[in-house]
Design a protein around this ligand. Structure first.
Ligand SMILES: NC(=O)c1ccc[n+]([C@@H]2O[C@H](COP(=O)([O-])OP(=O)(O)OC[C@H]3O[C@@H](n4cnc5c(N)ncnc54)[C@H](OP(=O)(O)O)[C@@H]3O)[C@@H](O)[C@H]2O)c1
Length: 209
């Protein structure tokens, strides 16, 4: 688990532990992870520093990447650089599943954003442009160079850290503005959803939109 101290990651970590998974989390500041659980192992580290990925992936079934550093991502494709190291390490360890959380304003490979979303990205969300460019580069890399990994990217739309608004489902055409806890719950089922492998879809509270 990369990003366990983040807004989505902290919910994801708790939910995964609640349903019986064992979680190994890499955190820059382990003290920020306000969860104590027998099945949680926290390893101090940063994805921009050397990490022993072979040791981290030992015994791991699936990798979850919910990383974000808006400032650093303005200057560098931090996540892309990391995922380009992670995927070969997953091949070495035989770890098959990878979930990557991108944003609803990040464009899936070969697609275009709806005009209204392009406008949002260019105006009120322009501070996050570097993050979206990084997310897009990750999705392009996975789509073109990681077919052997059962990866899935979730282009999440998140508006608040409020209470649950319902159950999110995968959607190719619509992205609901969800809550972090709903996105985390959705990500947890997405990680093991064979039908979603190699998709870069959004999620919506209602099917068929
Ligand atoms: N926030 C939103 O409204 C929103 C909406 C839709 C999609 N998304 C997407 O969801 C993803 C995650 O966003 P989020 O808002 O849930 O996360 P977030 O709250 O921004 O947290 C990011 C996480 O990444 C960790 N991190 C950053 N740089 C790191 C590094 N060098 N090494 C190790 N860990 C590092 C942070 O650790 P520290 O605690 O040490 O900082 C934190 O745990 C992003 O791709 C974002 O584009 C976000």
């Amino acid at each position: 688990m990369f990003g366990a101290t983040g807004q989505t990651g902290r919910h994801f970590t708790r939910l995964a532990l609640d349903v019986g998974h064992r979680v190994r989390a890499v955190a820059r500041t382990p003290g920020k992870l306000a969860i104590e659980h027998d099945a949680l192992e926290v390893v101090q580290g940063s994805v921009t520093e050397p990490l022993d990925l072979d040791a981290l992936l030992a015994g791991v079934d699936g990798v979850v990447v919910m990383l974000g550093d808006v400032v650093a991502q303005r200057a560098r494709l931090v996540n892309t650089e990391f995922v380009r190291e992670l995927v070969p390490a997953m091949r070495r360890s035989g770890t098959r599943r990878l979930l990557y959380q991108a944003g609803g304003l990040s464009v899936a490979p070969g697609k275009r954003l709806m005009p209204v979303l392009r406008l949002v990205r260019a105006t009120i969300a322009r501070g996050y442009d570097g993050q979206h460019r990084d997310n897009e580069a990750v999705m392009r890399y996975l789509s073109s160079e990681a077919d052997d990994i059962a990866w899935v990217a979730h282009r999440a739309g998140i508006g608040s850290d409020g209470v649950s608004k319902g159950v999110l489902r995968r959607s190719r055409t619509w992205i609901s503005i969800g809550t972090f806890v709903d996105c985390a719950a959705y990500n947890l089922q997405l990680l093991f959803d064979d039908d979603a492998v190699h998709s870069c879809d959004g999620s919506a509270y209602r099917r068929g939109r």
